[in-house]
Design a protein around this ligand. Structure first.
Ligand SMILES: Cc1ncc(COP(=O)(O)O)c(C=O)c1O
Length: 389
């Protein structure tokens, strides 16, 4: 039986490279997994008070929740945004989703008709491209400048706007490049969106994971509608719990129909995970001490990887300013072949850059989540391979 055509466009490079790695593992190889952005797989754990809240919730109520989300969590997200970005969001401006991933799907479903365009960073987290095609819409990548720490090229962005453009997407800190967009860039992007009467969609899932400077959100812009998405996966080290949310900051009533269209989709899937939403309330209202510690630990690992990558002849890397990814350029004909050759010869698994769109060609993505000893072992093996190839 043939699957529907729309699924042909669905690819996910981060998962694709796992297949050959599993095969090697079955043959007895010890794989160093530097492909997947999951802190819980390494020495990062969900803070104890949040786990306790989940256990308590499980002993209290296990039924469906309102489709728009647990009121206490929506209120907690609104007050986080007030604290962080100074915006006066209320419970009604927040929708709770099963992970940020569901929020992306819901927003695309609400915004994009066939043939509509969305500007996305080049390179970008792959679902932003796959899902656009799934909805018969067109992901249009805008250039980001590697030599300027992968910051957005505003002129290029402007040149890609058309009368089919529905939204501009920002991912800051960025996956896969680790770029952190400056206030100046964020304001310029918000200005472009305002000029063209379109929405800014802002993926802020790594907003607590920054090393030198703080994250600056387009939610602060005054005269443009913004939908920001975030969640518990990274900031609260609970990727498997699947709790995310979207924050709707309206301007001139432009977002009310879009928000209703989002909610219609949420009603179809009944509810997000009730128990984990209760844990989300504890996460957002409780102590936040782990956030600084996590950022510090990541900074040390970032420094290590940045130094080692740039010491290897044949590769150069920009310094990631946030998240836990580094995206080096490498001398090679074909970046996927390079990643597979590295895997075969060193048992270190990266992700090929072209999996993040055409701007990722000639690069690869590594995480820097593991402890330095593991990163060192991996980088020694990669260095030896690069010298000998
Ligand atoms: C930029 C970005 N957005 C969204 C997600 C998905 O996060 P969630 O676990 O909330 O679905 C990821 C996961 O790695 C990501 O890197």
């Amino acid at each position: 039986m043939k699957a529907a055509d729309r699924t042909e466009s669905v690819t996910f490079a981060i998962g694709d490279v796992v297949i050959p790695a599993r095969k090697l593992q079955q043959e007895g190889a010890e794989i160093m997994w530097l492909n997947l952005g999951d802190p819980d797989k390494f020495d990062f754990d969900t803070p104890v008070h949040i786990k306790e809240a989940a256990m308590k919730a499980m002993n209290t109520y296990n039924g469906y929740m309102d489709s728009e989300g647990l009121p206490a969590l929506r209120e907690a997200v609104a007050s986080r945004e007030k604290r962080k970005n100074g915006i006066s969001a209320s419970e009604e401006d927040i929708l709770i989703t099963n992970g940020t991933s569901e929020a992306i799907q819901m927003i695309y479903g609400a915004l994009l008709n066939p043939g509509d365009e969305i500007l996305i960073p080049g390179p970008a987290y792959p679902p932003y491209m796959s899902l656009a095609r799934f909805f018969d819409a067109v992901p249009v990548p805008y250039r980001t400048l590697e030599e300027e720490n992968w910051s957005p090229d505003i002129d290029d962005m402007r040149s890609r706007l058309s009368d089919r453009t529905k939204a501009i997407l920002l991912i800051s800190p960025n996956n896969p490049t680790g770029a952190l967009y400056s206030r100046k860039h964020v304001e310029a992007i918000a200005g472009l969106a305002a000029e063209h009467d379109i929405v800014v969609v802002s993926d802020e899932i790594y907003d607590t994971m920054t090393f030198e400077e703080q994250h600056y959100s387009p939610l602060r812009a005054e005269d443009v509608p913004v939908i920001a998405i975030n969640g518990m996966s990274k900031a609260y080290l609970s990727t498997g719990w699947r709790v995310g949310w979207a924050i709707f900051k309206d301007y001139n009533g432009n977002l009310s129909e879009i928000k209703d269209a989002c909610l219609k989709q949420l009603r179809l899937r009944i509810s997000a995970n009730t128990v984990m939403q209760e844990a989300g309330v504890a996460a957002l209202h409780g102590p936040q001490d782990h956030i600084k510690k996590v950022a510090q630990k990541l900074k040390e690992r970032r420094d290590f990887m940045y130094k080692r990558m740039n010491e290897i002849s044949g590769m150069t890397a920009e310094k990631p300013m946030g998240a836990f990814y580094i995206f080096p350029k490498v001398d090679c004909e074909d970046d996927k072949k390079f990643v597979l050759d590295v895997l075969e010869n060193t048992h270190v698994l990266f992700v090929h850059g072209s999996g993040f769109g055409s701007y990722g060609k000639g690069h690869f993505r590594s995480i820097f989540l593991p402890p330095i000893e593991t990163l060192e072992k991996a980088m020694n093996a990669v260095e030896k391979y690069m010298k000998g190839r």
